[in-house]
Design a protein around this ligand. Structure first.
Ligand SMILES: NC(=O)c1ccc[n+]([C@@H]2O[C@H](COP(=O)([O-])OP(=O)(O)OC[C@H]3O[C@@H](n4cnc5c(N)ncnc54)[C@H](O)[C@@H]3O)[C@@H](O)[C@H]2O)c1
Length: 254
């Protein structure tokens, strides 16, 4: 990825990025640190974080291996971040094998909701508790095309990504006058991902693959998503809160 090293929008800021071991989260962590931020890079997969730090020794990256479905791990992330957290990007997420409701098992539902919704709520809560006394802060939560339409995932993933924007909108409403902005980015297909694309259901695949072949745009680079996230976290977006920004090559316009 080519960085515009003239841009230092995050100099002096501490930013927490989840899912920083792979894909969109990894590229976002590199982008924010490249713009001068001290980035707390979080992932459940410690080997991915080790590789990230090893590849970017000049960036200010604090790596924390944490399973964000565990509240103790969430607290460990913020202990590593320190007293002040200026921004948070909730990027970590998991898929659901595109299971329709009649084939959905409880374990898949719980796992997807735990990672994609409950962990996002906990991370936002821990961040906002620290941002309130400071009177400033910015959060971006990552949804999906599946947070906008019914034809981009299974039941659990679709529900979870709609819920992500519910967290965003309520937090935006509750904290806008406290100087805290909360927004959602909804990626379309994005390359460089390790997210599990498995189709666990012939029924689900028959519906989804047919629609996706017809209207899904080409895969975007993860740097395009990192740019959208970085902008919303930066002061350039000072007047923007509560929005869902599709960064999807126009998919949501179809
Ligand atoms: N890649 C796409 O095409 C696409 C499209 C739409 C939405 N999204 C969303 O963007 C986000 C990032 O996707 P990606 O493609 O970069 O995924 P990815 O799988 O490449 O990276 C996600 C990272 O999150 C980490 N993670 C998973 N569960 C975790 C947990 N409990 N605690 C801490 N870390 C955990 C994984 O270890 C992984 O490194 C996800 O929320 C995904 O739903 C991705």
């Amino acid at each position: 990825m080519t960085l515009d090293t003239r841009s230092r929008r995050f100099a002096g800021r501490t930013v927490v990025v989840t899912g920083a071991g792979s894909g969109i989260g990894r590229t976002t962590a590199i982008r924010l640190a490249g713009e001068g931020g001290r980035v707390v890079a979080v992932d459940v997969d410690g080997s991915r974080l080790e590789a990230l730090a090893a590849e970017h020794p000049l960036l200010d990256l604090v790596t924390v291996t944490a399973d964000l479905t565990d509240e103790d791990d969430v607290q460990a992330v913020f202990a590593a971040a320190g007293e002040t957290v200026d921004a948070l990007a909730n990027v970590a997420g998991v898929m659901d094998r595109f299971l329709p409701l009649h084939e959905l098992d409880d374990a898949t539902w719980s796992r997807v909701m735990d990672v994609n919704v409950t962990a996002v709520m906990r991370m936002c809560r821990a961040a906002i508790v620290r941002m309130l006394p400071a009177g400033r802060g910015a959060i971006v939560n990552i949804s999906s095309e599946a947070g906008i339409r019914g034809s981009a995932g299974g039941l659990a993933y679709t529900t979870s990504k709609h819920a992500v924007h519910g967290i965003t909108r309520n937090c935006s409403f509750m904290y806008a006058d406290k100087g805290i902005r909360v927004n959602t980015v909804a990626p379309g297909p994005t390359s460089g991902s390790n997210i599990d694309p498995t189709r666990g259901s012939e029924y689900g695949a028959a519906y989804i693959d047919h629609i996706q072949r017809t209207i899904m745009p080409p895969f975007a680079r993860s740097s395009a998503l990192a740019a959208s996230i970085a902008w919303l976290l930066s002061d350039e977006a000072e007047n923007v809160t509560g929005v869902l920004l599709p960064s999807d090559g126009g998919w949501s316009a179809i």
